[in-house]
Write a protein that binds this ligand. Sequence first.
Ligand code: F6P
Length: 323
Amino acid sequence: MNRDIKNIGVFTSGGDSPGMNATIAAIVKECSVAGVQATGIMKGYDGMIDGEFWTLDNDAIKNIIHKGGTILKSMRCERFMQLKYRKQALQQLTKNNIDGLIAIGGDGTFKGLLAFSEICKLPFIGIPGTIDNDLYGSDYTLGFDTAVNNAIDAIDKIKDTASSHDRIFIVEVMGRDAGYIALGTGLGVGADAILIPEKAGEVEVLLNKIKNHQHKESMIIVVAEGDETGAYQLAEKIKKTNAQADIRITVLGHIQRGGHPTFMDRMLGIRMGVAAVKNLLHGEKNKMVGIVQNKLKLTPFEKVVKQHEVNTEMLELLDLFEK
Ligand code: F6P
């Protein structure tokens, strides 16, 4: 155990994700058992720069495990890209007696920590918190399961109206540059087509399908926001292939990121939160705690920030289901 660590700073950064609150609760509980103070840093790197610190105790984490969002608030912080603000953040950490940091966020958060490690010698541990599931070093990221379930729930409803009107629905889901949310959602709802950035040529397959079925029938097409065709351009292409097609576009947007976390995201948060504290106290640093084949695993930040590749088994399922 690292006796030098008496106060651990914890913050959430980037897009919030369901399960962040469960993670914070687990961190505070584990710190309290270990006799270490947990300090919340508000609004990610922004609060670190401006010195917005909050002593976390059992009262602070009461009744939060089931809540989406993050009690610590979150931001994308442009200022942290500049050295002068990173220096200011370091001064605030020193002033508030922080001995180690736990960051819950995505690749932008960990890139920030890598830059920070050039001037700040405190140990950092990361926890993958993003609905996009695009981090190397963890099979699942916090919030991904909830986001996919939210999208599935919305599309199940869309399917009712799509089939009543024999309409084609193009549903755009989040994921930034990654197609994981689209793939999981599309498979989960039995979509007629799934368009993701990691797989080219899907538009042609879809247009052929539409050409060969000129009679009016409902369809669900799930498109990742990062796919190069995009929902609106796809609608135009479908219209050119079949002028009769009655098309509607739904962009699910931030509804995917809110709401109660699923059991899976709560457990992921609790397991990774506890592991982050334990690893920090055992002297680990500059690594992310992830889940690989359902076991906790540490991966250095340098490796984490490279793009997560879509699992080939899921891609094979995509081929099977769109036939
Ligand atoms: O990274 C999570 C994510 O929800 C992406 O899927 C999406 O592209 C982005 O954040 C949206 O960001 P913001 O909430 O800043 O609009």
